[in-house]
Structures are given as C-alpha cells and as structure tokens.
Design a protein around this ligand. Structure first.
Ligand SMILES: Nc1nc2c(c(=O)[nH]1)N[C@H]1C(S)=C(S)[C@@H](COP(=O)(O)O)O[C@H]1N2
Ligand SMILES: [Mo]
Length: 428
C-alpha cells in the first residue's frame, strides 16, 4: 500500500515543470524542442512505488526486481537502481515493434548530479580545443544552420545481459533489457567539426554532458573517439528520438549517436566537444570500459596480465521476444516464434533458428530493413512433435560474416555478452 507522502512524491516525480520560455522551432522541418524539467529527480523512489515484481532468470537463480512507473517521462520499467537511475526495458516491449518506445527506453547514468531541467533557450554546445574557431552553438543554430540527418540505431549498454555472467561479476545485474532501437534525427558531428575547423595534428574528439560527479574528486564522465571516426559522417548529434525530443533521462536536449558502437560513447545532454591533439587518458577511457584484447573479449575467470583496450564496436545478437523459459506448447501443434536481431556494427545477413539444441538450423524470415544499425524483426514457426523438454535457439550472422558464438564469453566487467540465446520449453 502507498501512503500519502509517497503519493505526493510520486506525483511530483511525474510532474513536468517546463521553464517558461518559447519553444524553439526548426523553420523548415517543424522540429520543436520544448523545455522539459522534472521535479524531484534527486528524491529517492522507494521500491514501494513498484506495482509488481518481475523475475529475471540469472545463472545464480531467479532474482526479483520491482517494476516502476515513478520516473518522469517513463512508463513501466524494471528498477535496477534509483540514484543515479538505472531502468531496464521489460522484454515484452521488444515484441511490440522494431522501435523501442521512448517511454520504455532503458536508462543508465554514472553520476547522480543530473540537471532536472534544461532551458533550451539558454543551452549552448561548446566546440573547442584543437580547432580554428571555438563555437558556442544554440539549439536554434543547430536546427537552422546544419543539415538534418536520420538513422535507426541500436543503443546497447556494454554491460547488457551482465546478470547472466557465470561466475557472477560486479556491476548492474542487467538482464537483456539494457538495449533499445530508435530512429535518431539530428546533425552530423562532421558538419559541426567542419564549422569549427579541425587543426592538423588532431587525434581524438572528447565529449562531455551536463551531468557531474557527486563529489568533486571523482572523474567527470567523458568519452573520446578517434578523429577519423568522429568525422565519418555517421556519428551524429541527435535532437530527436522516434520523432520526438529526447526524454530528459535519455539525454535531452542533445546526445551523441555512435552507430554500431556500445552506448558508453553515446554521451547524453551533450554540452562540450573538445578536439584533442593527444590521446585521452582520462579514467573513463583508460581504466573503465576497457576489454581484454582477445577473441570475444573473453578470458578465463581469474586470468590476469591481459592487454586491455577501450571497448568499441558491437557484435551480433538475437533474441526470442514472444516466449520465455518454461513456456509450454501442445505437442504437434504449429506455434509462431518471433524476435529481434541486430548485426552490431554491420547489418543482419541472416537469422537462423534451431529446435534441437543447435544440431540443425533453419533460416527465419526477416522483417523490414530500417538500416544496418537497427533491430531487425525475425519470425518462424515450429511444431514440437515429441512430448518433453526442448531447447529452442536463435542466432544472427551479420553482413561481415560474423556469427554469435555458441559458448558464453567471460570478462571481469561483464561486457559484450552475445552467446546464442536458448529458451527451454516443454511440449505437453
Ligand atoms: N552524459 C552522460 N552520457 C552517458 C552516460 C552518462 O553517465 N552520462 N552513460 C553512458 C552509458 S554507459 C550508457 S549505457 C548510455 C545509456 O543511454 P540511455 O540512458 O539513453 O539508455 O548512456 C551513455 N551516455
Ligand atoms: Mo553503459
């Protein structure tokens, strides 16, 4: 039961408090960015705000998590942590469409000092460092002066599915919902850098958002990309997500999109772009978010002395979205199976399905192609003749010929899981 105090808090959390100023409108495209603010984001949401619990089927046994809708601009989400917010997308959301709705898109922040409102008229994006001209761009400058581009792309946390690592590793115990697919609209990072004029000798570009560490000694969250990557014409600064402005918790008003790469690089509330003439050795590049430089970033538990490199491109994955472990089917009856796949940093070439635990594979039918960096739906159907237990599996091969591995990788950070998924069902 909720008490009155909690009700009031829950209301204030859901309340949007726009700062009073005129919305900014793109003159030709009718893109409007309206101020959003959220009251009381820093207040703790107690698990009493949960309406139900969800069971996540980890290797160490099922773990219960509350489902919450107490966060501003967010619908039902699996609550991993309150402050800073870590909210996971429930798996059934991926069954409903190839694009993940903004109000159920997962949320992950490192530091709890997140502005709970952003005034779009006062907001400026700085471009500085090893450039000919420093820029301070308003939202209007960006909407009016630079060509608009659009791209579907998967945003996936490096630690998505970490909860399935065995032996267990520390960090957020995500199931498979620390990912989502959206159609992003914005401007090319290259166009912004060209306006500033990158000087010869530039090696990397570093990005920072409006969030700050809770204690001054802690390292501000900053990530860098190689200069050629930053200028590849695909990396973009997004102001819209699935046709709407970004939810505050997903980085309003601007975020970086790095198609095909893990979203640790996708800086939210992007406010600062710094061109560097030497490699970035800040904590978040040199220490955190590094992976063993081995196939599948995999090592043996306890193995040390391995060369580490910054995490980078994503690898192919595929999932069932209409069945979970323990489902039971009527023996001999055809049942539809479907799910989603993505190729990582390349398109989906094929998705295959196995109903005999991986001994034989049949191709699944692929849904519409919205671009090589997005989710692709797949479907098939199966009739399980023999009564008893069956292991259903799905695997994706990307257009570079890379296929999901049949054994799980392991590393101490729980990064880059992409083993072939198995769902155990019963025919009765
Ligand atoms: N400014 C800022 N951007 C950030 C982060 C952050 O802590 N601060 N976390 C990164 C990480 S590790 C992830 S997984 C994604 C999560 O994006 P989402 O919350 O929109 O799903 O944001 C990335 N961008
Ligand atoms: Mo992440």
């Amino acid at each position: 039961m909720r008490n009155d105090k909690e009700d009031a808090l829950s209301q204030s959390l859901r309340n949007l408090h726009p700062v009073r100023s005129a919305p900014i409108q793109h003159p030709s495209r009718r893109t409007v960015l309206q101020n959003i603010g959220i009251a009381g984001l820093s207040l703790a949401v107690s698990p009493a705000f949960a309406d139900e619990m969800v069971k996540l089927p980890f290797a160490s046994g099922p773990r219960e998590r509350p489902v919450t809708h107490a966060f501003p601009q967010k619908g039902d989400m699996i609550l991993q942590r309150v402050r800073p917010p870590l909210l996971e997308t429930p798996l059934d959301v991926f069954d409903r469409g190839v694009f993940t709705p903004n109000d159920q898109f997962y949320v992950r922040w490192h530091w709890a000092e997140i502005p709970n409102s952003v005034d779009v008229n006062a907001f400026r994006l700085a471009v500085r460092g090893h450039v000919d001209r420093r820029l301070s761009l308003s939202i209007t400058d960006i909407l009016r002066d630079l060509p608009r581009v659009e791209l579907a792309a998967v945003n996936q946390c490096s630690g998505n599915s970490r909860g399935f690592f065995s032996p267990r590793v520390p960090g957020a115990q995500w199931a498979n919902g620390a990912m989502g697919n959206a159609k992003w609209a914005g401007v090319r990072l290259k166009d912004v850098l060209d306006r500033a004029g990158v000087k010869a000798g530039a090696v990397q570009v570093r990005f920072k958002g409006l969030d700050e560490p809770v204690v001054p000694e802690a390292p501000t969250f900053r990530k860098s990309l190689a200069i050629d990557h930053a200028r590849d014409g695909e990396v973009m600064i997004a102001y819209a997500m699935n046709g709407e402005q970004l939810p505050l918790l997903n980085g309003f008003p601007l975020r970086l999109i790095v198609p095909g790469w893990y979203s640790t690089y996708w800086i939210k509330m992007l406010s600062d772009i710094e061109v560097l003439d030497k490699p970035d050795d800040n904590y978040w590049m040199a220490v955190a978010y590094t992976i063993p430089d081995t196939p599948h970033a995999s090592i043996a538990p306890g193995q040390s002395g391995v060369k580490m490199v910054p995490i980078n491109r994503m690898v192919p994955r595929s999932f069932f979205t209409n069945i979970t472990d323990g489902a039971s089917f009527t023996a001999g009856t055809r049942v539809p199976l479907r799910g989603i796949a993505f190729g990582g940093d390349a398109g989906v070439a094929k998705v295959e399905f196995s109903s005999d635990g991986g001994k034989s594979w049949q191709p699944a039918r692929l849904g519409d192609d919205f671009g090589k960096y997005g989710f692709r739906q797949w479907q098939t159907d199966v009739a399980l003749g023999d009564k008893g237990d069956h292991a259903l599996m799905v695997r994706c091969t990307n257009s570079a010929g890379e296929v999901q591995p049949d054994t799980p990788n392991w590393n101490g950070s729980g990064f880059m899981r992409n083993v072939i998924e198995t769902v155990r069902v019963k025919a009765v």
